[in-house]
Design a protein around this ligand. Structure first.
Ligand code: FE
Length: 337
């Protein structure tokens, strides 16, 4: 009897350890969308590797990875925004990944040695044609023009989306010009920064402000919405791809990297490579109305098709992310909070 129990225990512990080492992958993700089931399910179907997912806010996940330390079960960390990926990288949690497949699929400016971008989003200008003229709002720089006094709505300057835009402005125009720009934006506020990007778009539609900046997927979400109020808001506004005549529209990314203490490194690399496959790119990007990073992959998305093509900034994403702390200092001094 005892032997039988012992054998059963041994068998089950063997079973568990085999599963843990050979066929599992633990993902910590700060990103969650409707297409996730297909995204993760198809990886398991293709590889037999079971995925365990922990989803939480960025900071909670980073804290968890730090506290777990060398014993962390996390293999892959997924989050949005280059500045957040850079922050994770600074904490030293990533392990470098060298993959010919990823190098071939993901454009060089959208990856670093430690993490990879898997979708892009653009920071667009949205305006109300009853309040401002199209030619007044073609560039980010113009938003600081005194002609737009009392017209600009934006979310907090401390938010990563605006800090990343600030970093791009520093790289292209220099620190002094960016500080002047930030002061100009503040002087042009229609109201103190509040809410998210969707709130700014709605405020433009309602005529509370003439112009705002917002990530493209918030606009696309409203455009693809079947709600009458969203359609009414969209009908009131126009969108601009900023800086088409200069350095291109600022883009940001969602991305992922393998963790230094990952217990399943082989599976982690397989997963990072899978995310760059045609099929995964479609789910990953389209799930949030974003664009795939792999140039050959096109998503079937009515709003993105309607918004059309644009010239995107090609600043290396790692350089952009590294400039975010400087953008924060500049925005603080300018009172863009
Ligand atoms: Fe967002």
């Amino acid at each position: 009897m005892i032997n039988k129990l012992l054998l059963a225990a041994l068998a089950s512990s063997f079973g568990l350890s085999a599963a843990a080492t050979a066929a599992e992958l633990n993902i910590y993700s700060a990103r969650h969308y409707q297409t996730d089931e297909q995204l993760y399910g198809n990886f398991t179907k293709q590889t037999g590797i079971k995925i365990n997912r922990i989803e939480a806010k960025e900071d909670e996940l980073l804290e968890r990875i730090r506290t777990e330390g060398a014993n962390s079960p996390a293999d892959v960390f997924i989050t949005v925004d280059a500045s957040r990926l850079a922050k994770a990288d600074e904490l030293g949690i990533f392990a470098p990944v060298k993959s010919a497949e990823l190098e071939a699929r993901i454009p060089a400016h959208l990856r670093t040695s430690n993490w990879f971008s898997y979708s892009t989003r653009a920071r667009v200008i949205v305006y109300n044609p009853e309040l401002v003229k199209a030619e007044q709002v073609q560039t980010y720089e113009q938003l600081a023009d005194p002609a737009l006094k009392g017209q600009v709505c934006t979310r907090s300057g401390s938010h990563p989306y605006n800090l990343s835009l600030g970093a791009a402005l520093i790289k292209h125009n220099g620190a002094a010009a960016t500080e002047k720009w930030a002061s100009g934006i503040v002087a042009n506020f229609a109201r103190a920064p509040k809410g998210g990007d969707t709130d700014q778009i709605r405020a433009v539609a309602a005529g509370e402000c003439g112009v705002a900046i917002a990530n493209s997927y918030y606009l696309a979400r409203l455009m693809n919405s079947e709600k009458a109020e969203d359609q009414a808001a969209v009908a009131k506004i126009k969108a601009v791809w900023p800086n088409q005549a200069s350095w291109g529209t600022h883009i940001n990314v969602s991305g992922a990297g393998m963790l230094k203490n990952a217990p399943n490194k082989e599976a982690a690399v397989k997963f990072l490579e899978y995310l760059a496959s045609d099929e995964a790119q479609t789910y990953f990007a389209n799930g949030n109305n974003e664009w795939p990073v792999v140039p050959a992959v096109k998503v079937d998305n009515a709003a993105l098709a309607k918004l059309g093509d644009f010239k995107a900034d090609t600043l290396p994403i790692g350089e952009l992310a590294a400039t975010v702390p400087e953008a924060q200092r500049i925005f603080d001094r300018a009172g863009f909070r």
